[in-house]
Write a protein that binds this ligand. Structure first.
Ligand code: ZN
Length: 219
């Protein structure tokens, strides 16, 4: 988050190509029934079924983001997920939740981790959240916001680091993402961004070992 930036991601993408491919294949009538069952949600106007309120991180609170702030998708089937992007909200949890519920905000992340270590999920990992300010990076990543301000190191609490590391470890496990600084990056490292989060006080030397430890513990 941080400075405002338009991130609406509105072009016809690879998913549209997949949709076209599936529709063309169905048109030939040669697909087996189970293949059709697997592909039908790629047809135009059909969305993969979802369970209302379901979350990808156990114990997360679900609050739906405005549909204007993400794009429905079917990751990792239509886009490979190989990155986690770390953000800082530049505000408190409730104002971040409000912003992501606001269709005028034009941006939102999948998750917000509070100072108390609780996780709010607002977009499913299968969908493309507009958080990175870069279409390709949005399509390949999961975005995690952290409640606080980049210039206030005390905002980054032990509880926040612990839960965020568990969250990132789960994402790395689900999609086979290596736990390193090539794949777990700050918003500031996204090409073309004018954002500075998570800032110099975010402790990467602490965070990555915590992620590795959580990954090992869950194995
Ligand atoms: Zn950010």
């Amino acid at each position: 988050m941080g400075a405002k930036k338009s991130d609406s991601d509105r072009r016809i993408g690879r998913r549209a190509l997949l949709v076209g491919g599936a529709a063309a294949a169905v048109g030939t009538g040669v697909l087996a029934r189970d293949e059709l069952a697997r592909l039908y949600w790629r047809l135009p106007g059909v969305r993969r079924p979802r369970v209302a309120g379901a979350v990808d991180f156990r114990g997360a609170r679900w609050v739906a983001a405005s549909e204007a702030n993400f794009r429905w998708a079917d990751r990792p089937d239509d886009y490979t997920i190989d990155m986690v992007v770390v953000h800082v909200t530049q505000g408190d949890l409730s104002s971040a939740v409000k912003a992501f519920e606001d269709p005028g905000h034009r941006a939102a992340a999948h998750y917000i981790v509070g100072k108390d270590g609780h996780v709010t999920q607002m977009i499913r990992e299968l969908d493309v959240a507009y958080h990175a300010g870069n279409r390709a990076y949005n399509e390949r990543s999961v975005g995690i916001e952290h409640e606080g301000f980049v210039d206030r190191p005390k905002d980054f609490t032990d509880a926040m680091y612990a839960t965020s590391a568990e969250l990132t470890a789960g994402i790395c496990r689900r999609y086979g993402i290596p736990v390193d600084r090539e794949h777990i990056i700050g918003h500031v490292e996204v090409p073309g961004t004018d954002h500075t989060d998570p800032g110099e006080h975010w402790d990467w030397d602490r965070y990555l070992p915590l992620v590795r430890k959580a990954l090992t513990a869950s194995a």
